[in-house]
Design a protein around this ligand. Structure first.
Ligand code: GLU
Length: 474
């Protein structure tokens, strides 16, 4: 057997890929990449009533957007039901499991009596040692595994440490229902074994399941994979993550204009750290990640930190790459499709030229779209309230002079030439530079903030710039 690491991400397709699931996928992916192993994907669609194809599609789409690639085809857990059944029957043949014919009324009575004694509901083992010949005629039993009655089951967890479960709390749980369908607990073990999973990395809400799953591994004589149960994500206030805190599908983060790399960086840092490094590229994360370094305590999700980190990633990214991501994300951004519709080659070139200035001011792609809106605006430009304020009073007269000064530029239309012309005009007229630049900015962009006004002039070009200024004079 090789020592190659095989991890898996095993989402239940009952909803979108939420932020906690994305982090679980990320940790599996990073650990596989870090060790030169593989990550497999298993869709846990055993629950037919709650699983939908739309959810599966949303999960695959979310993973693809984040770049969390898996190896091979996704495995459908539901399709493996015959194999789950065969293993359950094999356990019966080996004497490690048995058919139970307890009726719903009997089971309810067991629950009642446990409740009365203040104990957790527990199956009393009444069919454990009975002879199969005692089975009621025609009845289809459920298969229960024989759980150890005393001692303890110890989960050696790379994140949680040694976690001990007294075996008296593990009853003989069902692995195959009387309708022939496997329980989730059983399906997970059979799948992880058959897929050759060496490392299970999942949310710590599954920690108690781990003890039960170990009973099945032991009964089959299978190796128990290494286990890591990672803490759930909480809101910034420490409460369980809700929508308000950011418990959204990853597609919502795409629509809010976060870069995949920044979101991954943020998620990686939730509960894991590498010295004081805050900003990490994907290559850094792969090089540095180790599952054993994940903290036990719950991590807190903080939008402000995510946004700041996203701004850093945007500024670090080279302009061509950022432009690519921006264009690919436009269909998902608010107001993005309108920009996409007007994005011809000229505007692409303008956008690329404006990016250095734009990305200094934007923390998200939505901010970038907002900052770039002036490039895509149609004349006469809509002027926002603050910009309108800059165009009042004597601003109009000043603009008239600025228009003439710009029109007089004879050489190349460039930021330097525009700046020289405007400075000269300001000095000659006894205006402060700002008194000229501000109304100019308002006329050119319809806003009171934008990249440097001379860069805006250069990016828009001579004709469009002069026309926009003229619109505010006449
Ligand atoms: N399908 C489970 C979930 O979405 C994960 C089970 C596992 O990782 O073992 O929570």
């Amino acid at each position: 057997m090789s020592d190659k690491v095989v991890t898996r991400f095993a989402p239940s397709p009952t909803g979108f890929l939420h932020i906690g699931g994305a982090r679980t996928a990320l940790f599996n992916w990073l650990y596989a990449k870090h060790t030169g192993g593989t990550m497999l994907l298993r869709i846990e669609d055993t629950d037919r009533e709650r699983s939908t194809d739309a959810a599966t599609a949303a999960i695959l789409d979310g993973l693809a957007w984040l770049g969390l690639t898996w190896d091979g085809e996704p495995v459908s857990q539901f399709e493996r039901a015959p194999r789950h059944r065969a293993v359950a029957e094999e356990l019966v043949r080996m004497g490690k499991a048995y058919y139970c014919y307890a009726t719903p009324a009997e089971l309810e009575a067991m629950r009642e009596s446990a409740r009365a004694k203040g104990l957790p509901p527990r199956y009393d083992g009444r069919w454990r040692d009975r002879d199969p010949s005692e089975a009621p005629a025609g009845a289809k039993g459920a298969i229960r595994i024989k759980a150890p009655a005393d001692g303890e089951t110890v989960v050696h967890d790379l994140v949680q440490g040694e976690v001990r479960f007294p075996n008296k709390d593990l009853d003989d749980f069902i692995i195959l229902r009387s309708d022939g369908n496997p329980t989730y607990m059983h399906a997970v073990v059979v799948d992880d074994h058959d897929m050759g999973i060496t490392h299970i990395i999942r949310g710590d809400d599954h920690l108690t399941n781990a003890a039960r799953q170990m009973v099945i591994y032991r009964a089959m004589g299978w190796d128990v994979p290494s286990m890591s149960h990672i803490p759930l994500i909480h809101g910034a206030d420490g409460a369980k993550l809700s929508k308000r805190h950011g418990a959204l599908g990853v597609e919502a983060y795409r629509a809010m204009g976060y870069l995949p790399e920044a979101l991954l960086n943020y998620l990686a840092r939730l509960g894991w750290s590498h010295g004081d490094d805050e900003v990490m590229s994907i290559a850094d994360m792969i090089a540095w990640f180790d599952i054993g370094d994940v903290n036990k305590g719950a991590a807190r999700f903080d939008f402000a930190k995510l946004e700041a980190l996203n701004g850093v990633h945007m500024r670090r990214m080279n302009d061509a790459e950022l432009l690519d991501i921006f264009i690919n994300t436009l269909p998902y951004l608010e107001g993005g499709p309108a920009i996409a519709a007007r994005l011809d080659d000229t505007r692409k070139a303008q956008l690329l030229a404006a990016l250095p200035g734009l990305k200094e001011r934007a923390k998200t792609l939505v901010g970038l779209a907002d900052g770039a809106a002036f490039l895509f605006a149609e004349r006469p430009l809509p002027i926002d309230e603050k910009a309108a304020g800059l165009l009042g009073g004597e601003a109009r007269e000043i603009l008239r002079g600025a228009h003439a000064a710009l029109e007089a530029i004879t050489g190349d239309w460039a930021a330097e030439a525009a700046e020289a012309a405007i400075r000269e005009y300001a000095v000659a007229g006894g205006h402060k530079l700002g008194a000229v630049a501000q109304p100019l900015r308002a006329a050119l962009t319809g806003k009171s903030t934008s990249p440097g006004v001379f860069d805006v002039l250069a990016v828009l070009g001579r004709e469009e710039s002069l026309a926009r200024v003229a619109d505010q004079i006449d």
